[in-house]
Design a protein. Structure first.
Length: 258
């Protein structure tokens, strides 16, 4: 799902999950206090994706997978937050991409794919030390909705993080539409409550309709194209942040702040 069939959509879902966590004041305040997103927004965003894709690509029991799980445990060890806060951040990486696929995917998600996605994040949650994790995708979705209903709210920290992280999103957009980056992000999130919490403007109907039309055309082309033979992610490959490639030891905050 993540590397081949729904590569672009799963990546979009991960980006939306990343921003959604800023809409929860206690989470955004904890993230703001670390300074990672405000001081190194591009690196933080890139590293977050690399960690997840390294585990997806190589598996939990590979050397690279174990290294990334160990990194997650270290960097979150001193971060304040309740068990539900940490669980929400994890579950958002499951629910946001799957709901995006349900609404905008080029084909329907198979039940086995949905179960596999849940199983992956269930395993990840166990390995980073979470004790209580929803036992099915449906239970995870209920937890996600209940948590957001009682925790999403505007905050200065959430707006500051959104402002800092936005350029990493903007640079991925076609140059001609980058001036509308905040409106486009709001349209992709598709949740007014979250957009307000992040300080994003409500997208105009025309913009929302244009985004949907582009997705429809994209889906039509994808459905009639040959499947990709190459995965969307390659370990150690060059990125904007790592122009000559990366080593696993470079991922995450400096050792002094872990």
């Amino acid at each position: 799902m993540a590397l081949y069939d729904f590569a672009t959509d799963v990546n979009i879902g991960f980006v939306l999950a990343y921003f959604r966590s800023f809409a929860v004041p206690q989470i955004s305040e904890a993230l703001l206090a670390t300074g990672e997103i405000t001081q190194r927004p591009g690196k933080r965003s890139t590293d977050t994706g690399i960690v997840v894709y390294e585990i997806i690509t190589h598996g939990f029991d590979s050397e690279r997978g174990r290294t990334m799980v160990s990194l997650l445990r270290r960097v979150h060890a001193g971060v304040p937050g309740t068990d539900d806060d940490f669980l929400y951040v994890l579950i958002s990486l499951l629910i946001a991409p799957l709901r995006w696929l349900d609404s905008h995917g080029w084909r329907a998600v198979e039940p086995t794919e949905r179960a596999a996605a849940h199983r992956f994040f269930f395993e990840l949650g166990q390995r980073i030390g979470l004790e209580i994790i929803p036992s099915s995708y449906d239970e995870a979705a209920v937890f996600f909705d209940d948590y957001e209903a009682s925790h999403v709210a505007p905050s200065a920290a959430g707006i500051a993080l959104t402002t800092s992280a936005l350029p990493a999103f903007t640079i991925k957009l076609p140059y001609l539409v980058r001036r509308w980056d905040r409106e486009i992000l709001g349209a992709l999130i598709g949740d007014v409550r979250v957009s307000v919490a992040l300080g994003l403007p409500s997208p105009a109907r025309g913009l929302t309709a244009a985004v949907r039309a582009l997705l429809w055309v994209r889906n039509l082309r994808t459905a009639h194209s040959a499947p990709s033979e190459l995965p969307v992610f390659a370990s150690g490959a060059a990125t904007t942040i790592y122009p000559t490639g990366y080593l696993l030891s470079e991922i995450g905050p400096p050792e002094s702040s872990r």
